[in-house]
Ligand binder design. Structure first.
Ligand code: COS
Length: 386
């Protein structure tokens, strides 16, 4: 259900102001301390940021996909570490429940996820299963009314703060010797669940990942997401379809900001007696960045509208993620170049953005996975039409 247009405009305005006045001034401090201040997290709770995409009947704002990407364009105008604070509650940490959870699971978890009272994480990736998500090795052995989980999950965003994990594990199956993938909702305090040390990363300081380790971790049968074994892989793929659109919107927002900074710098920085913005080689970089960002923005909006209409947007969401994440990489590279020496210095924040955006080409599916996915779907569609 979409919001009234005026209410949505007010929300956009609030997000825009919060990003500009509250978050942007904190960026350098968050980067240095590798920590988002607790007070800011609380303000995000009060503003309803944890429940943007959770249905209104469970206490969220229930934004449509188009509304969500438009809000995300604004959130992209600051360090991605801030969005990460509530990113998993809106995205990969909650959408499995929204899409495939039982009524009981929705009632139990979604209201607290929407308020940010609990934090959720999505535990799919493993040391030996990244792009090949279906090859995961974590097992969940059924014992009466319980399952016993064993295995390790890797690079799990927000795991150090999570209260709830959506965990993908292999359960036994009569029809498949290798078993089937089943999703579980697991309380972080369950005995047998422990965390590894926080990973040190190239960028995105203030947002944290770590291993999640299961050693004879016993959970009740009611923890199976949706109550049915073997549905986990499809749930993961559906959640990622949505997540990929969200990340694409974030890339657009970051690119728009980098262009604004580059243009402003180029108009005031003088060399050879004139602002460097007057030089055609600088103009070419600005123009390429602007055109590519505009293309990505149109793609994201159009795909989001398709998703809201109920279309299957798997292929288009993959196109968006591939194009937008590669695009913001190029825009960030040009932003460093336009800023010259200043672009390489910490003080200006451009080098930080350059490092931050590098992740977008990797997580929630690499560019190469998207190329494969897009081409495979093209072939499938052609065969179906033949
Ligand atoms: N929505 C619903 N169902 C989907 C789906 C989607 N988007 N994508 C696949 N499925 C279903 C398929 O229809 C198929 O169902 P059936 O068994 O009933 O036919 C099943 O899931 C398996 O699909 P597929 O054969 O395409 O799986 P593959 O193992 O070949 O893997 C890729 C497909 C490589 C695309 C997948 O593993 C992937 O996306 N990998 C990247 C994972 C990733 O993003 N990791 C990042 C970490 S998460 S932050």
């Amino acid at each position: 259900m979409s919001l009234e247009p005026e209410i949505f405009q007010q929300l956009l305005e609030t997000v825009r102001r919060f990003v500009k006045e509250r978050l942007v001034p904190l960026e350098a401090e968050v980067s240095r301390s590798d920590r988002v201040p607790g007070g800011v997290k609380q303000e995000m709770r009060e503003l309803g940021f944890f429940g943007l995409s959770i249905p209104q009947e469970f206490g969220g704002l229930g934004l449509t996909m188009e509304e969500e990407v438009r809000v995300t364009f604004e959130l992209g105008r600051t360090s991605p570490a801030f969005r990460s604070v509530f990113g998993t509650n809106n995205g990969i940490g909650s959408q499995g429940i929204v899409m495939d959870g039982t009524d009981e699971q929705k009632r139990h978890y979604l209201p607290r996820l929407a308020t940010g009272d609990i934090i959720s994480s999505f535990a799919l990736t493993e040391p030996e299963a990244g792009s090949d998500a279906a090859s995961l090795r974590t097992t969940a052995r059924r014992e009466g009314e319980f399952y016993i989980l064993n295995g390790t999950k890797r690079f799990i965003t927000n795991a150090p703060y999570a209260d709830l994990f959506t965990v993908f594990a292999r359960t036994e199956s009569a029809s498949r010797p290798e078993g089937v993938v089943t999703a579980f909702l697991i309380d972080a305090r369950t005995p047998g669940l422990s965390l590894g040390k926080i990973d040190r990363k190239m960028g995105q300081s203030g947002s944290h990942t770590c291993d999640v380790i299961f050693e004879d971790c016993k959970v009740p049968a009611s923890a199976v997401l949706g109550g049915t074994e073997g549905q986990g892989f499809k749930t993961a793929m559906k959640v990622l379809d949505r997540g990929r659109l969200h990340i694409s919107a974030l890339c657009v927002g970051m690119a728009e900001r980098l262009i604004a900074y580059s243009l402003s710098y180029a108009m005031q920085r003088k060399q050879f007696g004139q602002p460097i913005a007057e030089f055609q080689l600088i103009q070419a970089m600005l123009a390429d960045s602007r055109a590519e960002t505009y293309a990505a923005k149109c793609m994201v909006l159009e795909t989001a509208r398709g998703k809201d209409r109920g279309d299957n947007v798997s292929t288009d969401a993959a196109c968006c993620k591939m194009f937008a994440s590669e695009m913001v990489g190029r825009v960030a590279d040009r932003a460093v170049q336009i800023h010259g020496g200043a672009g390489y210095m910490e003080e200006y924040g451009i080098e930080r953005a350059y490092r931050d955006v590098r992740l977008f080409r990797i997580y929630e599916g690499t560019t190469q996975i998207h190329q494969i996915l897009i081409a495979r779907n093209m072939i499938k569609e052609a065969l179906a039409a033949a």
